[in-house]
Design a binder for this molecule. Structure first.
Ligand code: AMP
Ligand code: ZN
Length: 456
């Protein structure tokens, strides 16, 4: 397996710390709101990464945290705790908000066919581990107490700029904008808030520094090392986390353990809408439920996401989703008809079958190149050269990793004519031929098939 490593900025052969097992940590959601489809893009790739590694024979320990306290609005340790904002918005306690959105998150993950991580750990249930790590950092002189808060001193970690390739000048410019008098250096970051600037904080715990709550970065370091040890194979997240969150995680962990902490950093590019990164704080965003409300199978979104490489940004559009949904529907119908008509059961598989299998998995082994893997999938679906049972066998193996529900029968109750009508309708829509698209919709409705109306 080869992976692009943000640390070193190159595609590198993947060599785990322990032969045949992989510790994989993923920064989980901040559960103050629904996860949007941008977040889901990152989680889908993490899921495919874990499935690919398992396919290669690695025993993967996939750990994901739940950020249910301490993630402030601003990366400069200012603003409110996002869970508090959620509580005010919904007139609930932060605990209620956290549990509700955590459940919703995993409901959405299941709709996208993701395997639940082996360990899901909440920050609020790891306060003793977080406190212990902060104490170690204080003992080592890498952290300091300032007016009751504890801060990590970035100058104690000379490699601070390595992961994010931070340009010092750029950083100084942002530092000037958000001056915090409690910090010795403006690049320092909070490990624990107790003489809190946040008097309304509801989630708080006793600590050696007073009643308070942890900073966001230390949560990940403490939980990741609790479950995966002090040397971690792969740490994942979206690219927005590189410069602050992940650089801070590295700094505090490596100061604490005294050696390299994570060997490979896997970062997924953004999903954008209208050239803007989709983000929760802007208030308007799409969730997996939004897709379902428009009549889409969430697995069509999964296929859309996997159709571009994780290191390219992806612009979401309903038209693109529509195309992929139609292609998926047709693929499922085709598979049903192959299964119904197969006459070559029991025949030995040919070299062509083996070659296709190799092409698919070597695409994934080359830095998770899902677009090439999906191109192989379409080739198999259309191929006249492979026997029917070879095609079914390959498609099953491909779908084990891609997870797009190729063998799903639920949403394939359409006749071939109806599927063609749906496709004709989407062609009409692209051509903005609304009269034709409405005519086809009515025709389908008359046959008891309701279709999405995307004009809204
Ligand atoms: P958050 O809940 O904001 O901490 O984000 C959860 C995960 O989604 C993190 O790995 C983020 O880096 C990632 N993420 C946030 N926004 C996007 C986006 N627009 N596209 C892809 N990934 C994102
Ligand atoms: Zn994290």
């Amino acid at each position: 397996m080869e992976l692009f490593n943000t640390l070193g900025k190159a595609v590198m052969p993947f060599v785990p710390v322990m032969e045949k097992s992989v510790g994989l940590y993923a920064c989980g959601p901040t559960v103050y709101h629904y996860a949007h489809i941008g977040n889901m893009r990152t989680y889908v790739f993490e899921d495919v990464l874990a499935k690919t590694l398992r396919h290669l024979g690695f025993a993967v320990q996939h750990v994901m945290n739940i950020t249910d306290v301490g993630h402030l609005q601003s990366d400069a340790d200012s603003g409110d705790d996002k869970l508090m904002l959620g509580a005010v918005r919904e007139n609930k306690t932060p605990w209620e908000v956290a549990r509700f959105y955590e459940e919703e998150f995993f409901r959405h993950c299941a709709m996208l066919n993701m395997t639940r991580p082996d360990v899901v750990c909440r920050a609020t249930q790891h306060i003793p581990e977080i406190i212990a790590m902060i104490e170690r950092l204080l003992d080592k002189g890498a952290a300091y107490v300032s007016a009751g808060n504890v801060y990590f001193s970035v100058e104690k970690f000379p490699n601070y700029h390595e992961l994010g390739q931070l340009v010092l000048e750029e950083q100084r410019a942002t530092d000037r904008v958000s001056h915090d008098p409690l910090k010795l250096s403006q690049s320092d970051f909070a490990l624990w808030f107790s003489t809190s600037k946040f008097p309304d904080q509801i989630m708080k715990w006793e600590s050696p520094w007073g009643l308070g709550f942890p900073g966001w970065h230390i949560e990940c370091s403490a939980m990741a090392s609790k479950y995966l040890g002090e040397r971690i194979d792969i740490h994942c997240g979206g690219i927005d986390h590189i410069k602050v969150h992940h650089s801070n995680e590295v700094a505090q962990s490596e100061c604490c353990f005294g050696h390299r902490w994570v060997n490979y950093w896997f970062h997924c590019e953004f999903l954008t809408v209208d050239a803007e990164k989709m983000s929760k704080s802007k208030g308007e965003f799409l969730t997996v439920d939004s897709l379902v409300e428009k009549g889409y199978d969430p697995r069509a979104f999964r296929l859309l996401v996997l159709g571009s490489h994780y290191r390219s940004s992806l612009t979401f559009s309903w038209e693109a989703l529509d195309d992929v949904a139609t292609a998926l529907r047709k693929a499922r119908r085709r598979i049903i008809s192959i299964q119904e008509n197969t006459v070559d059961h029991g025949k030995a598989f040919s070299e062509l079958h083996a070659a296709s299998y190799r092409r698919f998995f070597s695409a994934l082994e080359k830095d998770l190149h899902t677009p090439s893997a999906i191109a192989e999938l379409w080739w198999v679906i259309k191929s006249n050269e492979l026997s029917d049972s070879e095609r079914i066998d390959l498609l099953r193996r491909f779908d084990d990793v891609l997870g797009v529900g190729l063998f799903d029968k639920e949403s394939t109750r359409l006749t071939l004519e109806q599927a063609d009508l749906i496709e004709a309708r989407s062609v009409a829509r692209v051509a903005k031929n609304w009269a034709e698209s409405d005519r086809i919709r009515d025709l389908l409705l008359a046959q008891g098939v309701s279709v999405n109306d995307l004009k809204a």
